[in-house]
Design a protein around this ligand. Sequence first.
Ligand code: NAD
Length: 252
Amino acid sequence: MIVEAIEEGQRALGRLLEGSRRATGFTGAGISTECGIPDFRSPGSPWLRNRPIDFQVFVSDPLMREEAWRRKFTMDDLYKGAGPGRGHRALARLVETGRMGAIITQNIDGLHQAAGVSSDKVIELHGNGTYAKCLSCGKRHELVDVRADFERTGAAPECDCGGIVKSATISFGQAMPEDAMARAAQETNACDLFIAIGSSLVVYPAAGFPIQAKRNGARLVIVNRDETELDDFADLVLRGDIGSFLAPFQGG
Ligand code: NAD
């Protein structure tokens, strides 16, 4: 069923949540657009202005590493100060009240945690862009320090161990995080309601989770402005603005 009317959609989602034992959330860039962070594929996306730098290129070419950090800091400046939106707050409330076991996210903006969801309930498939990590020893590096070093020396940062420091996100060509993938599969299999929000559902393997949930017998809800390839497969499609559909679920 495809619903475009906001109140009708809210009621339909409310009924599915009422009848659910355990829901799993799945989010993409669309949940953060009302917070001022553009998504990836909508027209005019700043993320597509430059060809993404592949992981292998980042590792092998110091000049491209410097370029990657320049781009990263430019984007961070554009979206600094972005806070959680209605969608993040609604999901935080569903987790807090025990209706939702966890949130699987493709996002790297940390806004689920900023909305109050504890880190162990946020499964980040594509990492987190709010800090950096050494590719050799795994040590966490704070962006403010990385940036200060970069601006002082003009060189891409290195760890004390000599390893390459990279934003803690998963780049094109980089292996998916095994632990997050395993936990996402567990949450997908454990739920009877899977709610995919703000994703074009074209990035794999992430987009495999809604399919897996449905095949496992869970109900599938898709909340998105544009059509997705999985709409025909879903039990309920709320087609329109995420914040408007999810606003009543934020609680008091
Ligand atoms: P996408 O850009 O492919 O799709 C986003 C979808 O959200 C679109 O189909 C669009 O119609 C919908 N949308 C946007 N704003 C909406 C709104 N207010 N209400 C309803 N729908 C809305 O994003 P994706 O599927 O998440 O894949 C992009 C990849 O890029 C992800 O893997 C992610 O890691 C990364 N990314 C992350 C961020 C972030 O962390 N905020 C931002 C851009 C890109």
